[in-house]
Design a protein around this ligand. Sequence first.
Ligand code: SF4
Length: 413
Amino acid sequence: MQTCRERSDDQAHIHRRGFLEVGAGAAAAGMALGTTQLAGAQAQAEKKAPEKPLAKRMLGRTGVEVSMLNLGTWRSVGLDRILRFAWAHGIRYVDTAKSYGSEPAIGRWLQSDASIRKQLFLVTKDHPNTPSEMIKKLDERLASLQTDYVDLIFIHAVGDHDIKTEIEWPKSKEFKETAEAIRKSGKAKFVGFSTHHPRRPEILQAAVEGGFVDAIMLQNNPWMAQEDAMNRALDACHKAGIGLISMKQVAGNVKLADIAARLPELKEKKLSPYQGLLHAIWTDERFSSCCVSMRNTDQVRENAAAARTFSPLTKAQMDAIRDACVAAGPTLCSGCDGRCSVAAGTTAELGNLTRFLTYHDHHGYRGEARRLYAEMTDDARDWKCADLEAARHACPSNLDFASLLPRADKVLG
Ligand code: SF4
């Protein structure tokens, strides 16, 4: 039975928008000032007072250290400005992909100052039909980025197109030979893959068995990582020296004010709820870096400050943040193995339905949400006979399907 369907790239990278809407005012102010004037003033300010690079962590066995916070650039608006701002705030790791549409802006930025490339850890991704196609695709990515090399190239979203064959890739001879050829060419220093597929524990274990992948970026959140299969897979990768990068780590679209009210200790530590969540993610030392889409300067400032003030959380603090997140009523599926649909006895894709509703209600992607909903099969949309209480009980984020799904029908259908 198909449960929560594999997501497309675009779906996969709409995340955490609902957490930080504080940048809207800043963006409006920017428009009032005029783009050119603002960009000039900001460029000056950013040049004047660059902050020290953020703390770095070793990326697996690569011998290279990377910023613990990295800038995700999925469909970023005003990326020229965000790149400069992130750099000025010490971020030295930028994540892009062919499908993000952000490579040209990154290329322009690299061309503007030759010293940037030397200090930057640059990662991009592409979708080959077979692993060996990555060799040609890497040339296309380099042309788009206007650079001779990237630090890390990922096969994008392993498992999403054909899980039956792709689950074998991380241990396949073809991918191994491709990775070796790419590393030898110098066009990418390291090779790996990203994944958010529900079967990612198996995909990670295949990478351990294969023994040739340098790094993996994977959907993660500090609570889901406690799942046994995932924990074992993360442990095995870490032990094997595979660098791990966390992405899509937010447990759901929760109300920040509710979390803040439940966790006064965050205020005492002068941390916002989102900064607390980042600290929870960084507390897991198996992860070298955390990829966060930052769409305005306030988000860059807040996240960089979180990295600068990081100290590991205790188990009690981790539990308190998790409980506050769940209690605050998340609406967004954080992605697991689709156990909600299994528990509910339905082929409806309950996780995707709540995900698309969140895009619509909280992330500002109304058209995209409706389009994704329209693409679903009738079976995937039909939750009417599902046991929604059982689904809620099974879901690690404790999603309130009984209130969310009728609304999904109403606004997306
Ligand atoms: S159980 Fe929850 S987190 Fe897992 S797929 Fe379903 S909605 Fe998503």
